[in-house]
Design a protein around this ligand. Structure first.
Ligand code: NAP
Ligand code: MG
Length: 498
């Protein structure tokens, strides 16, 4: 593994952005935190500090909310849907134009392999803005036929919800930003965004690009800082109309409580523990690489990761051996190194947390079929890990690990309801996948699994058109797709007596 500092191997543009003093974006101006405080941000591949960013708190959030309110009631409200769409499209163009720089910043701050950041995160982020740019001109209500005696013209209009607070995680910093910001802009809302404390950089660079695109002052405000201060101030702020949050279920609950003060609307994209169910007739040559990818992509730091494998006894050994072999071949290293397929986990804390789960699983009787160890002395690298002999009562099977750890279990009956009961046996319901060539089994399983997104012979897709969100404790509401617009609009019913 290479141990040289990542920041020496990035392009001039990313270097120059790193050197620049970081500020908060409030009302179209770049300002320091009112407290003057800053905090360090790291390269998870080396553990080195790469930049400092302002530590925004309640005072800065309050400034940002005021700016967002002014913009909502002023220029942004009056701009035509077509012009809004054009501005959003322009953001997508600028993301593409600056893709190399954004990808390098993402790798340095998040750790993921450069090819993934460049060809997946940045491309998908641009695509999300384009998708939502198209919707800006297609937000419509309905005309209604009512039976109340008299003559009426009755219709609905969908109006922007107002000032939205958006709190995002570190696993795909730019893409999570795109999922939040694009629909809020398309519907005409204004935004206060708080990136995760670990990954503020691409959000700040995005702020510059949004200005370059011509987004009016105050429409997008970006406050870097910590969850319990800046995040909490957004969630409890009396003049924020809505909070959109992605992260842990634990913080989701805190946000719901904080939002109760002004009963602001809340949407939540929370944790998952998604089942992967492999039937004996499945095409294993397809299933093995895709299930491997479904858990180890992004070092397992994906809310929809397929982290619980249920394979029929007839194919269990073959699929587990296949996945363990592939896991062993994954090239783990610094995201900027050539040929690296999996980067570090985000932080030393997360690394200890994941290793703690692996130890706990082992102590409870699980067998390590692949990985199970840290890699190297520097950076937060964990070998892709497969645990067998896991049981439903183990913490590794019930809790979201958010790291490269697959728990494999077998089933040996054909009772689909019984199989689905095992798959549904967690508090989560975010995603799942079914692997079979039998159409009837596939359709029945799709109905039986209680989750917001189900793949058949694929674990999933993050396409902008696909609504994503959770059943049960995996969240409230659906992001992306046409349905994602509902998170940012209110329905107004109008009854006119003629
Ligand atoms: P987290 O704390 O839930 O972080 C998500 C976002 O919420 C961050 O921007 C965070 O700020 C903010 N936040 C934290 N406390 C807050 C509060 N009291 N009020 C308002 N906002 C608050 O997640 P984490 O600590 O980074 O990771 C812990 C675990 O969460 C992971 O191991 C994983 O299991 C899960 N997770 C899940 C997802 C997902 O997409 N499902 C994403 C990330 C993490 P800070 O950055 O300052 O904490
Ligand atoms: Mg946190």
């Amino acid at each position: 593994m290479n141990t040289h500092p990542g920041h020496l191997r990035i392009g001039e543009k990313a270097k120059s952005f790193l050197r620049q003093e970081k500020k908060l974006l409030i009302d179209g101006k770049w300002v320091p935190a009112r407290s003057g405080k800053v905090f360090d941000t790291y390269d998870p591949g080396t553990g080195q500090v790469i930049a400092q960013v302002p530590e925004g708190d309640a005072a800065d959030v309050d400034d940002a909310v005021k700016a967002a309110r002014r913009a909502f009631e002023g220029p942004w409200r009056r701009i035509s849907p077509s012009e809004r769409g054009r501005l959003i499209w322009k953001i997508a163009d600028l993301l593409e134009k600056n893709a190399d720089e954004l990808a390098e910043l993402e790798v340095l701050n998040n750790g993921k392999p450069l090819s993934n950041a460049r060809n997946s995160d940045v491309v998908l982020s641009a695509d999300m803005f384009r998708y939502m740019a198209g919707w800006a001109t297609k937000i419509t209500g309905e005309t209604l036929s009512i039976s109340t005696p008299g003559t009426y013209h009755t219709f609905t209009v969908r109006e922007p919800i107002g000032v939205v607070g958006q709190i995002i995680p570190w696993n795909a910093p730019l893409l999570m930003l795109a999922w939040k910001v694009a629909p809020a802009l398309a519907t005409g809302c204004t935004i206060v965004l708080k990136p995760a404390e670990q990954t503020p950089l691409t959000a700040l660079r995005f702020g510059e690009l949004a200005q370059e695109a011509g987004i009016p002052d105050g429409v997008i405000n970006i406050v870097t800082g910590f969850g319990p201060t800046a995040g909490a101030a957004m969630a409890s702020h009396p003049d924020v109309d809505k909070i959109a949050f992605t992260g842990s279920s634990e913080v989701g609950r805190i946000i719901v409580k904080a939002a109760a003060g002004n009963l602001k609307k809340v949407s939540l994209e929370l944790g998952g523990k998604s089942p992967v169910i492999v039937f004996p007739d499945a095409d294993l040559s397809l299933a093995i690489p895709r299930v491997t990818q479904g858990i180890f992509a992004n070092s397992g730091q994906v809310c929809t990761a397929g982290s619980r494998l249920f394979a029929h006894k007839k194919v269990f050994d073959r699929i587990v051996d296949g996945i363990a072999q592939q896991a062993g071949k994954i090239n783990v290293g610094h995201g900027l190194d050539e040929g690296v397929q999996m980067g570090p986990v985000i932080s030393p804390v997360q690394c200890d947390r994941v290793m703690g789960y692996i130890e706990q699983g082992r102590a409870a009787g699980a067998t390590v079929a692949a990985g199970g160890t840290r890699i190297g002395e520097e950076g937060n690298f964990i070998a892709p890990t497969v645990l067998t002999g896991t049981r439903p009562d183990m913490a590794v099977v019930q809790e979201e690990i958010f790291g490269p750890v697959l728990c494999a279990m077998s089933f040996d009956d054909d009772d689909l309801e019984h199989i689905a009961r095992q798959a549904n046996d967690t508090v989560f319901g975010l995603a799942g996948s079914v692997w079979t060539r039998d159409l009837s089994v596939a359709h029945k399983m799709v109905r039986l699994i209680r989750a917001g997104r189900i793949g058949v012979n694929i674990h999933g897709s993050v396409d902008a058109a696909i609504p994503t969100g959770g059943f049960k404790q995996s969240g409230w509401g659906r992001e992306k797709g046409h349905e994602g617009l509902n998170l940012y609009t209110e329905t107004k019913s109008v009854i006119m007596s003629l």
